[in-house]
Ligand binder design. Structure first.
Ligand SMILES: O=C(O)C[C@H]1C=CC(=O)O1
Length: 92
């Protein structure tokens, strides 16, 4: 199943600098592992925002939920999930 996910990051300005750095490092590793495994198909920066638009291909809602809850930045994110269906005019 395909899902579009928008993640907006709201890191508290007073977050401890070491915790911030460790969380960002862990987030990058986590995101890259899921891209390498093929579940995180697209990861795009929303221009001008601390946000991304991602596409996941996963077995279902529960797997996506597990992935999102596992994001190291999850406590600092607003997340919107849109299930995707094939568009009748799509050619690929
Ligand atoms: O920067 C972001 O958009 C948040 C997050 C998502 C993947 C990643 O590496 O960081």
């Amino acid at each position: 199943m395909l899902f579009a996910v928008q993640m907006t990051v709201n890191l508290p300005p007073d977050l401890d600098a070491d915790l911030r750095a460790a969380t960002l490092t862990a987030e990058k590793e986590y995101a890259q592992e899921l891209q390498q495994s093929g579940e995180w198909l697209h990861l795009w920066r929303c221009a001008g925002q601390y946000a991304n638009l991602s596409v996941f291909e996963v077995t279902g809602n529960d797997r996506l939920n597990d992935i999102l809850w596992g994001l190291p930045l999850f406590p600092y994110m607003d997340i919107t999930v849109t299930p995707l269906a094939r568009h009748p005019s799509a050619i690929r």
